[in-house]
Write a protein that binds this ligand. Structure first.
Ligand SMILES: Cc1cc2nc3c(=O)[nH]c(=O)nc-3n(C[C@H](O)[C@H](O)[C@H](O)COP(=O)(O)OP(=O)(O)OC[C@H]3O[C@@H](n4cnc5c(N)ncnc54)[C@H](O)[C@@H]3O)c2cc1C
Length: 409
């Protein structure tokens, strides 16, 4: 038997997920063997909703032609209606083949599913095909300087003007703005309504039909990693047709909740594949640096291995619940809390394994993989709802603990 560090990632493929999943696995495996692209680095920055002009876009086009885009959307909306199990199989096979799984980013994961639940038939017919084709690419304008965890505090104003809605205000931390054609925003349309009412969910194009700007300005924010994958967003008379309001005027909060549920739960059943690859890469790094006999390092790697296995089994539990049409319950919040805290800690272990080399940062040095992981994962317990907020949700909705005191409540 090869040494553990040479065995590589464990994936759920070791478990028999049934005949349909087996058939689907063979189909994907054959397709990838025939169509795999030239090696492309599997980075989220490139694979999450890329725009035209990049090799990832070209690869995404081949995936689309083969029906491997928006795969979990229902067939009547242009997807393949894949179950959670089949999506897990697909991710595993892509990881096994070393082929990046290009998606339509937030359009596929967040906006499309919200339109499917809350949009009118006309909105579905208009917006969903444009997400699949990649013509519309989205970024998320929810957070504001005074509205993060307390998202219902949005102050950006939306005023109805004839057949349009006009937005003014400021958003912040707008990720993936550099790939986007449209920003999906929450805005306050009735300032006199109670906090969670009077909010609307609007798809705001970045450009008008004649190609001119639509009053949306991004100011990139430089991150610790040196990257600028998010921005401050200023809305200055940004205009959208009322047709772009999803779930009706003043009724955007429940649309936002659908989006947040998908943001927190998305990938819960499949992300162990990526974490397993990362964990085995760290084990390899430890060997290469002669650190793998150090008992502290061994302890750190064993800790990581156990956590990845827990995520794998938790994912399978979620898949079984979905396959049996049972409500997966609080899975989304628990999963977000678990994986984000895991990866932060893994980043710390990686720094201690790499040692002094990991301190080489700053102008003139490009970050190595592990320093980038360490710095990048600081954010994971913040975006999509902080770890503290997930704990509040689990405490109140799962354990039935008393609600936290809220001012004015
Ligand atoms: C990498 C990254 C990408 C992001 N991308 C986007 C994006 O694309 N679009 C977008 O709209 N937003 C995005 N965000 C913003 C993100 O959703 C918010 O940062 C997050 O919701 C927290 O809000 P805040 O930063 O205002 O912190 P605050 O809400 O001010 O929280 C500050 C601290 O107080 C704690 N806290 C707050 N309320 C409570 C409470 N009730 N109980 C216990 N503790 C509490 C929090 O946990 C946190 O530790 C991104 C953030 C990051 C880091």
């Amino acid at each position: 038997m090869p040494a553990a560090a040479e065995r590589g990632p464990t994936v759920a493929a070791d478990l028999d997920l049934g005949p349909a999943a087996r058939r689907f696995r063979s189909e994907i495996r054959e397709w990838l063997a025939a169509n795999r692209p030239e090696p492309l680095e599997d980075t989220e920055r490139e694979t999450y909703g890329p725009g035209p002009g990049s090799p990832y876009w070209e690869w995404g086009e081949r995936l689309r032609a083969a029906g491997y885009i928006c795969v979990s959307w229902p067939p009547e909306h242009g997807g393949r209606g894949l179950s959670g199990i089949e999506v897990a199989v697909m991710n595993e096979e892509f990881a096994r083949a070393g082929a990046p799984r290009v998606t339509r980013g937030m359009g596929e994961a967040l906006v499309g599913p919200a339109i499917i639940v809350h949009g009118t038939d006309e909105q579905k017919a208009h917006f969903l095909p444009r997400i699949i084709s990649g013509e519309d690419r989205y970024c998320q304008g929810f957070s504001e300087p005074g509205a993060g965890s307390d998202l219902a505090n949005v102050q950006t104003r939306g005023l109805v003007d004839g057949d349009d809605i006009v937005l003014n205000g400021q958003k912040v931390w707008t990720s993936w703005y550099h790939h986007a054609t449209t920003v999906f925003c929450l805005c306050r349309t009735d300032p006199d309504a109670p906090k969670h009412r009077g909010i609307s969910y609007v798809l705001v194009p970045l450009h008008r039909d004649d190609g001119s700007g639509n009053g949306v300005e991004f100011r990139p924010i430089r991150q610790m990693t040196g990257d600028s994958h998010f921005a401050e967003t200023f809305l200055d008379d940004a205009r959208a047709p009322l047709f772009n309001v999803i779930g009706d005027i003043d009724n955007g909060w429940r649309v936002a909740m659908t989006t947040l549920g998908n943001e927190r739960g998305g990938g819960a059943s499949t992300q162990h594949v990526q974490f397993a690859r990362e964990m085995w890469a760290l084990a390899k790094e430890a060997r290469a640096r002669g650190r793998s006999t150090d008992p502290v390092v061994r302890q750190q790697l064993a800790w990581a291995y156990c956590h990845v296995e827990i995520m794998r089994f938790q994912g399978l539990r979620l898949l079984s619940a979905i396959a049996a049409n049972r409500d997966p319950g609080p899975g989304a919040s628990m999963s977000k809390m678990f994986w984000s805290e895991y990866q932060r800690r893994l980043g710390e272990h990686a720094m201690s394994i790499v040692g002094p080399d990991s301190l080489l940062t700053g102008d003139g040095y490009s970050l190595d993989r592990w320093t980038a992981t360490f710095l990048g994962t600081r954010a994971h317990t913040i975006w999509g709802g902080t770890a503290e907020i997930q704990r509040n949700i689990v405490g109140e909705r799962v354990l039935g603990l008393p609600k936290e005191p809220r001012p004015g409540a």
